[in-house]
Design a protein around this ligand. Structure first.
Ligand code: PEP
Ligand code: MN
Length: 300
């Protein structure tokens, strides 16, 4: 009943997102389930992606992969081609980083997601990765979106830091129009006047996308907050908002990380965060909630 109701989209939403009709829910298309190796994203299972911001060393990737797998993650993240705010910061190991990721996949069975920044690199990255990540800074690079879509790999499409939900859905439409239905959206925070956090976590965007689109959406509490103390709370909020999964930065020694150490969780913090999600996931799947039939007793 609930599913049926939510498959009927109010006309006002259809009009507002008229430029991306293919990603909107319809009676024919209620939910996209993206196949990844031996599991899927957007189905019944909640999927956690975890790993370092950047692939640094064999040891760093391997220990992180083993750890996050034991804590329940299904996908290993790690940047080999890094979009950095500073041109002088570490730009990633490139192909050597891809090889380290693929060795970690072989050792752990985790799937791999990694960013592709240039359309020229799509064939190379698609050879190694199970999912191609389109980063926030590239969300509106349509030439890249087309090339990534045509690789046939599932796409993790991160919301641009100054992109509206309509912009995000338009980019998803470009991927769809290039023959690739396997799109996972990601809310990673947007720029606002607030500077205490790195970005502002737009949790309403998750609720909205769940309401109007058949595409899965995951939350990135690491880039949304920029501070590791805030990551677990934002992760729980993402779960409560209905996200299909999480992408979280984890590092064996965050203070020594080559990028985004401030927002990376230690192994222990990641374990605690994963444990803390359980009641939120349980509440979400509890459909038996009913308004009490009993009249409320007056107090006092
Ligand atoms: C990342 O995932 O490491 C990253 C660079 O994210 P974003 O594109 O959201 O800034
Ligand atoms: Mn990062």
């Amino acid at each position: 009943m609930e599913a049926e109701r939510s498959a009927v989209l109010r006309v006002s939403w259809q009009e507002r997102f008229a430029e991306s009709p293919g990603v909107l829910k319809s009676p024919r298309r209620k939910q996209t389930v993206v196949p990844v190796r031996d599991f899927s994203v957007g189905g019944d299972a909640f999927i956690t992606i975890a790993g370092p911001c950047s692939v640094e060393t064999e040891h760093q990737v391997m220990t992180t992969a083993h750890h996050v797998r034991s804590a329940g993650a299904r996908i290993l993240r790690g940047g080999a081609f890094k979009p950095r705010s500073s041109p002088y910061a570490f730009q990633g190991h490139g192909i050597e980083g891809l090889k380290m990721l693929s060795r970690a996949r072989a050792a752990t069975g985790l799937a791999i997601v990694t960013e592709v920044m240039s359309e020229c690199d799509v064939p190379l990255v698609a050879e190694y990765a199970d999912i191609l990540q389109i980063g926030s800074r590239s969300m509106e690079n349509y030439a890249l979106l087309e090339a990534a879509a045509q690789s046939g790999r599932p796409i993790l499409l991160k919301r641009g830091m100054v992109a509206t939900v309509a912009d995000l859905l338009r980019s998803a439409q470009v991927i769809l129009d290039n023959g690739n239905p396997n799109i996972i959206l990601c809310e990673r925070g947007i720029r606002t006047f607030e500077t205490a956090t790195r970005n502002t976590f737009d949790v309403a965007a998750i609720a909205l996308v769940k309401q109007i689109s058949h595409l899965p959406i995951i939350a990135d509490p690491s880039h949304a907050s920029g501070h590791r103390e805030l990551v677990p709370a934002l992760a729980r909020i993402g779960v409560a908002a209905g996200a299909d999964g999480l992408i979280v930065e984890v590092h064996p020694n965050p203070d020594k990380a080559w990028s985004d150490g401030e927002q990376s969780l230690t192994f222990g913090e990641f374990d605690d965060m994963m444990d803390s999600l359980e009641p939120y996931l349980a509440v979400r799947s509890n459909t038996s909630w009913k308004r009490s039939e009993e009249p409320l007793e007056a107090v006092g």
